[in-house]
Ligand binder design. Structure first.
Ligand code: FES
Length: 222
């Protein structure tokens, strides 16, 4: 994963985020999350709490959210763990944004199956709209990142935008998705291939065909 770095810890950053605290609603969510773990294992809640914190920052900034150092410190204090342990987690997983991002975080998969199925054209379509890898557009709308396999190889090429995946993309299909998002609409997530439901073979199912329309008990046929 290239281009990952933490936003520098500056007085301005401290001034903006030093007073971070859960909203009333998120305080209740955080309590419920921590309670899922056995006594003595509360630190295991670090990932969902970082996600919750990132979403709160996103809500406060009208972006997809990110994790300023003071916010990571807040999560560390909540779980009584050293800040470095929290930073280790946040820097390892690309689902955590370490620098400010735009309203939509466009993560283009560039790993081999997506590359063979046209991710270069997907990346080019993003750049044509003014996106630049590792940067946010001036209007604050788009942040472009290239990521490794997102587990959707059967419907490659794909991008993840905020919480949704868009698959079986062409440059034109991606343009339609981005236009809809920019217009405040909610385009259909998942495969963009007409007639395709999920990741079944493009020509239709080849196995378990009886299961397409109804539940079917195959046991007596085996
Ligand atoms: S290679 Fe892109 S989703 Fe797997």
């Amino acid at each position: 994963m290239a281009d990952r770095h933490i936003e520098p810890d500056t007085p301005e950053l401290r001034a903006r985020w030093g007073g971070f605290a859960w909203t009333k609603e998120n305080a209740a969510k955080a309590k419920e999350i921590v309670a899922r773990y056995p006594e003595g294992r509360q630190r295991s809640a670090v990932m969902p709490l970082l996600d919750l914190a990132q979403r709160q920052v996103g809500a406060e900034t009208n972006t997809q959210g990110w994790l300023p150092i003071p916010v990571m410190e807040y999560v560390a204090a909540q779980l009584h763990m050293p800040i470095i342990r929290v930073v280790e987690v946040a820097t390892f997983y690309t689902m955590y944004n370490l620098v400010p991002v735009g309203r939509f975080h466009v993560q283009v998969c560039g790993t081999t199956p997506c590359m063979l199925r046209g991710s270069d054209a997907i990346m080019a379509a993003c750049k044509k709209r003014g996106m630049d890898k590792g940067h946010t557009t001036d209007d604050g709308l788009w942040t472009l990142t290239e990521v490794e396999c997102m587990g959707n190889c059967a419907s490659a090429p794909m991008v993840q935008i905020n919480d949704d995946n868009y698959e079986d993309l062409t440059a034109e299909r991606l343009d339609a998705v981005l236009d809809a998002l920019a217009a405040g609409q909610a385009p259909k997530a998942g495969t963009q291939e007409p007639g395709r439901h999920t990741v079944e073979p493009l020509g239709g199912p080849t196995t378990l065909k009886e299961m397409v329309k109804a539940n079917h008990d195959y046991r007596k046929e085996w």
